[in-house]
Design a protein around this ligand. Structure first.
Ligand code: PBG
Length: 322
């Protein structure tokens, strides 16, 4: 076995997978006003950006060959309400960002999350009544949010809310409104994970959520078969692409999903995964650059067609140096 590992050229020759900038979706946090860039403490190297700063970042990403950005809003407390009405206001921060991006950097794809957590005062992904997260009532708001995104020029909507039946309802609503071309990337297997902590800080939903969790709608980490049932429903309801989230601890789920459906399937290397590598590197315990490229390659090996990663830009720069 070692003959094919003897030198760089032969390792390259026999490599089963390659990693390229075209594999990356770059999640970016957008905010209104204030400093152009505001660091997210638990995610060293990640900033919340104003729209002008976002345009510059998007240009850089496009130049590097990254096909798509995924936008997340930072919503100040005073705009969070019980009914999440800010989520579908045409001129909210995401609407503004998409319109500006489509004008300034039309060559890059734009995806954005469909879920209510940045916009509700309690930080859950859906509407709440009497301690319960309402399924069907939430979907009505998600539809409005999806239509607002499509209206702004969003290419891919990413329902990350885990309500039942939302993919079909969103598909129908998009089609009826003339948005047949808008794609849906379903967060099909989204687990109730503790690795989302830094993200919740980045979008300002952490304190809103408090000690509550999302286990009545996000999946139990114990379950793999259930992820396939989730994905089967999303495929039947019209999803164009599937996603598994978080990433590395769920590679088995990714592999099974890709094998079962042969759909374009993506993995989300989430905020906590990013933070772990950065923290260990800051202590001198890991080599961040090498670990970033290794983990991203592992997603490819496990069947991912692409990876949502906060390391997208640094990974592109690292790939150039290989
Ligand atoms: C919101 C959403 C979350 C993430 C993406 N969309 C957090 C959550 O469900 O609480 C997590 C991303 C990350 O941790 O990087 N629905």
């Amino acid at each position: 076995m070692r003959r094919n590992r003897s030198d760089g050229w032969v390792r390259q020759l026999v490599a089963e997978k390659v990693l390229t900038p075209a594999d990356f979706i770059w999640p970016v946090f957008v905010k209104e006003g204030g400093a152009q860039k505001e660091p997210v403490p638990a995610m060293p190297g990640v900033n919340r950006l104003t729209v002008p700063a976002l345009l510059k970042a998007a240009e850089q990403a496009a130049k590097l060959g990254i096909p798509m950005l995924s936008l997340f809003p930072y919503v100040p407390k005073e705009k969070k309400t019980e009914d999440a009405r800010e989520s579908y206001r045409a001129d909210n921060v995401i609407g503004k960002a998409i319109r500006a991006l489509k004008k300034a950097v039309p060559e890059i794809g734009i995806m954005s999350d469909v879920a209510l957590d940045p916009y509700v005062s309690h930080g859950q992904d859906g509407l709440e009544r009497g301690g319960r997260i309402l399924n069907d009532e939430t979907i009505e708001v998600l539809i409005k949010q999806s239509l607002a995104l499509a209206e702004a020029g969003c290419d891919v909507v990413g329902p990350s809310d885990m309500m039942d039946g939302r993919i079909g309802r969103i598909r129908d609503a998009l089609d009826a409104a003339g948005f047949q071309h808008v794609k849906i990337m379903a967060y099909s297997a989204k687990y109730a994970s503790n690795f989302y902590g830094p993200f919740r800080e980045a979008i300002g939903s952490k304190s809103a959520l408090g000690r509550a969790d999302k286990r009545t709608y996000q999946m139990d980490p114990a379950n793999g078969d259930e992820a396939l049932r989730e994905a089967a429903l999303d495929v039947a309801e019209g999803a164009d692409m599937l996603m598994v989230k978080p990433g590395l601890p769920y590679l088995d789920v990714l592999w099974r999903m890709k094998e079962a459906f042969k759909m374009p399937t993506f993995a989300y290397q989430v905020s906590g995964e990013y933070a772990m590598m950065k923290a260990a590197a800051a202590n001198g315990w890991l080599d961040n650059d090498k670990c970033v490229l290794e983990t991203l390659m592992c997603f490819k090996r496990a069947g991912a067609d692409g990876i949502l990663t906060y390391s997208a830009i640094e990974a592109c720069e690292l790939l150039k140096k290989l």
